[in-house]
Design a protein around this ligand. Structure first.
Ligand code: ZN
Length: 486
């Protein structure tokens, strides 16, 4: 298919050429496991609607897409900035054919994309999968920062190029450098996150975010893990959810490698690295980790992780944090055998199963089958046997709640004093024993809340904290998790 696009403020006009027949717009963006329904942004189309995302069209047709987004997973078009994550804009017919886009922009605009350039402002890929895995960024203000001969940063903001250079160099030592790569980077007060692509990444962070090292290393390591070595069951179909049991490896192990790479590159210190591990391990101290395994958490990503509510820590477990913790365990075990975690990635086939992972580890007498398929608390217990790990808040008086900055309850631990007292998510705490300072008291107290605008009082009796604040000591490095549970 061939597309000619004319971006303007809030909209992109598209002229398309294909074959008369059915076109399909993706309902989600690969790498982000939630049905986003981006096809909702189509406001005009020359074609007959067949369903929410399918149309019958002639061999050439036009359509208009609303693109007033702030999200690098979508399409953004302002009068001085353009970012297109292609699944948000382009439909497909036959996936295994050439796809091209010609971009109609003034000459003063710079365009950056990892698509292959074919002529003036025309960019192509040999199939739909590659075409939609290559974002397009353009602006008259776009800066192209050279990291090295094959990596660039495309941004309208500023970034520490030296930090990225160190990360890239260290990451490439593990699995090699497959060629040209683009970091699309932007600051925003409206959005944040990163998403991996085959030869690029789109990263957006808030203005006050300082530490970008691990985020950049994470997205960059995806260039291998997920893009070149892929879970066997992660087969995108663009219209429907797909289920994989391996996101703990695709995401969590990538997260661990991001910490490792950043540490090896010297862009974070040992203490910061250990803090990442403590924070991840802390999430395994909640009820969800006694209920759900990493394999299960991975399969439910569409309804749990990507639709997190205030009960998430009771009902599931993060496959990022659980996977990072498991990778830490695996690395500790490999270290005992004189190896490191890199060996696992080096030996994996391009489509990997759990058995591939485990059979490599079994060569080093490590077996993680139980840790992946049993409730994730087992990972915490396994690590406790290997390192000096302590729950520093264990036994202290506690209520079992987490509060937002304005004292609104955003988590209630199951069977905790807060649960027994009758507190409810989104209750805004006004006072404890008549005083607005909220700190846990021994014994019984009266807690005053506003619930849906009604003032209510509850008796609450603190009990010993089961322990959520993780402290690890390795050698002379000691770190504690940030978790704030009252
Ligand atoms: Zn990721």
């Amino acid at each position: 298919m061939f597309f000619e696009i004319k971006p303007r403020n809030r909209y992109i006009e598209v002229k398309a050429k294909g074959r008369e027949g059915i076109i399909v717009f993706p309902t989600y963006v690969p790498g982000s496991y939630v049905i986003r329904e981006l096809e909702r942004n189509i406001v005009e189309i020359e074609g007959r609607r067949l369903s929410k995302n399918r149309f019958y069209v002639k061999n050439s047709f036009t359509y208009l897409v609303y693109t007033a987004s702030f999200d690098q997973r979508e399409a953004i078009s302002t009068n001085d900035y353009l970012f297109i994550n292609p699944p948000a804009l382009f439909p497909f017919q036959e996936k295994n054919e050439k796809y091209c886009v010609k971009i109609d922009l003034p000459d003063s605009w710079k365009i950056v994309t990892s698509l292959r350039e074919e002529g003036n402002n025309s960019f192509c890929a040999d199939n739909y999968d590659d075409f939609v895995d290559s974002p397009i960024e353009a602006s008259p203000y776009l800066k192209i920062l050279q990291v090295d001969s094959s990596h660039i940063i495309s941004t309208v903001d500023d970034l520490d190029v030296d930090m990225i250079r160190k990360i890239v160099k260290e990451a490439d030592k593990i699995l090699g450098n497959p060629g040209d790569y683009v970091f699309h980077f932007r600051r925003s007060s409206q959005n944040f996150g990163g998403i991996e692509h085959k030869n690029s990444t789109g990263i957006v962070v808030p203005w006050n975010r300082k530490n970008l090292e691990v985020l950049f290393a994470h997205e960059y390591f995806h260039r291998w893990n997920v893009k070149r070595i892929v879970p066997y069951d992660l087969i995108h179909n663009y219209e429907h959810e797909v289920y994989t049991e391996l996101l703990w490896f695709a995401e969590g192990f990538t997260d661990y490698m991001a910490v490792e790479i950043s540490k090896r590159a010297g862009v974070i210190d040992e203490l910061t690295a250990l803090k990442h591990i403590c924070n991840s391990l802390s999430t395994l101290t909640f009820p969800g980790s006694k209920r759900v395994s990493l394999a299960e958490a991975s399969k439910t990503t569409w309804i749990k992780y990507y639709k997190q509510d205030e009960n998430f820590l009771n009902s599931s477990v993060s496959y990022y944090d659980g996977g990072l913790s498991l990778a830490f365990y695996v690395d500790l075990e490999l270290n005992k055998k004189g190896e490191k975690i890199d060996t696992l990635f080096k030996q994996l086939p391009s489509k990997y199963t759990f058995d591939n992972i485990n059979s490599i580890l079994k060569k080093y007498e490590i077996d993680i089958e139980d840790l992946v398929y049993s409730p994730a608390i087992e990972i915490f217990n396994a690590i406790k046997d290997l390192v000096n790990l302590e729950l520093v808040d264990k036994g202290r008086p506690y209520y079992g709640i987490r509060l937002s900055e304005d004292n609104v309850i955003n988590f209630i631990e199951d069977y905790s004093p807060a649960d027994e007292a009758g507190l409810f998510p989104k209750d805004k705490i006004l006072a404890l024993n008549g005083v607005p300072e909220i700190e846990v008291k021994e014994g019984e107290s009266i807690i005053t809340v506003s619930r849906e605008g009604r003032i209510k009082e509850f008796k609450i009796k603190s009990s010993p904290n089961p322990g959520h604040k993780v402290k690890i000591k390795i050698g002379n490095v000691e770190s504690t998790s940030d978790s704030q549970i009252l």
